[in-house]
Design a protein around this ligand. Structure first.
Ligand code: NAD
Ligand code: UDP
Ligand code: UDP
Length: 316
């Protein structure tokens, strides 16, 4: 059955892949974005599809539309970008959530929140299950994002309890793939772009910190499965790939894969940078029958190909 679906942050990295997939599934899409970190270039190939509409709008302001479902993804995800204007980041996470929840309440739409592994902060439990309450600095440089996203989860659960709203909360762990912004500042895009340009790969700290990387297609699949799951399953649910790597391992892998002449250099570790991160995905497996299929080598290859073409096109 065709649905009308709103995706906020739809011109961003994850949002553009979600738009593409939901259009392919035959739905009508409203893509809302203020183009802070996303670009029209990410969705240009969808513009001619009669089922697709782009609306330039900032979610910190009210929005009046009629849809069946809302995926709330609007928010810069890279530390470099969310720390650029931290007050705006908190407004986007909190005011944005209030507006989208108010919209969902008025039109009785189902709404999914793109939450994050950052709600666990610098975790003292490893791997992180959904039952862990986290270890978050409320006044640090990552707090605008971490606390903003925590507050958004609170709002989702209160709209659910108070107004019977149908909600879904996905805690997304590091996800990568084509259409990440080349200057986005996140580790996978940074390393690949540096390797392709044969300039040094910048490892922050000694590179012993860990992350677990999920390829974008696996993530899109689980978000859709979550949205389509029974109303009684609301999450929060961890969505990510549980295979863990050190940042130094990732750097070496990218150099090997690209055949780059780059060396690795070490830069200071930013404040509050989590030392380890790996999702416990038992809940997603049980409730959504989902687990990631794409291994890091395979996903990196596709991402390298994307950035290689992009850099070549920019040179021409
Ligand atoms: P992204 O920066 O590429 O996309 C975010 C999009 O939101 C951009 O298109 C941006 O222009 C838009 N946006 C920002 N502020 C807005 C505002 N006030 N109004 C309207 N649009 C606004 O990042 P992404 O990786 O695609 O992340 C999408 C969502 O998933 C974010 O909410 C992020 O917190 C969450 N998430 C992503 C990851 C990841 O690893 N990619 C991990 C955890 C959570
Ligand atoms: N809102 C919106 N679109 C709608 C309905 C509401 O953007 O279709 C916004 C509006 O700015 C409002 C917020 O959502 O302030 C929260 O709405 P809610 O009905 O929960 O609370 P209230 O209107 O009482 O503030
Ligand atoms: N990082 C790095 N070099 C870079 C960018 C990031 O070593 O050029 C590290 C960063 O300090 C962190 C990890 O890689 O430990 C993941 O960073 P990212 O910004 O991608 O996401 P995070 O998981 O920290 O939100």
């Amino acid at each position: 059955m065709q649905k009308r679906i709103l995706i906020t942050g739809g011109a961003g990295f994850l949002g553009s892949h979600l738009c593409e997939r939901l259009l392919k599934d035959g739905h009508e899409l409203l893509c809302v974005d203020n183009c802070f970190t996303g670009t029209k270039q990410n969705i240009i190939h969808l513009m001619t599809n009669p089922n697709f509409e782009f609306i330039r709008h900032d979610v910190t302001f009210p929005l009046y539309l009629e849809v069946d479902e809302i995926y709330n993804l609007a928010c810069p995800a890279s530390p470099v970008h969310y720390q650029h204007d931290p007050v705006q980041t908190t407004k986007t996470t909190v005011h944005g959530a209030i507006n989208m929840l108010g919209l969902a309440k008025r039109i009785k739409a189902k709404i999914l929140q793109a939450s994050t592994s950052e709600v666990y902060g610098d975790p003292s439990i490893h791997p992180q299950p959904e039952t862990y309450w986290g270890n978050v600095n409320p006044i640090g440089i990552r707090s605008c994002y971490d606390e903003g996203k925590r507050c958004a989860e609170t709002l989702f659960f209160d709209y659910h309890r108070q107004h019977n709203l149908r909600i879904k909360v996905a805690r997304i762990f590091n996800t990568y793939g084509p259409r990440m912004h080349p200057d986005d500042g996140r580790v996978v895009s940074n390393f690949i772009v540096q390797a392709l340009k044969n300039i040094p790969l910048t490892v922050y700290g000694d590179g012993s910190q860990t992350r677990s990387f999920c390829y974008v297609d696996d993530l899109v699949e689980v978000l859709i499965r979550l949205m389509e799951s029974p109303d009684t399953f609301i999450g929060p649910v961890n969505t990510g790939n549980p295979v863990e790597f050190t940042i130094l391992e990732l750097a070496q892998k990218v150099i090997d894969m690209t055949g780059s002449k780059s060396e690795i250099i070490f830069k200071p570790l930013p404040n509050d940078d989590p030392k380890q991160r790996k999702p416990d995905i038992t809940l997603a497996k049980k409730e959504l029958g989902w687990e990631p299929k794409i291994k890091l080598n395979e996903g990196l290859k596709k991402t390298v190909e994307y950035f290689d073409n992009l850099l070549k096109a920019n040179r021409d």
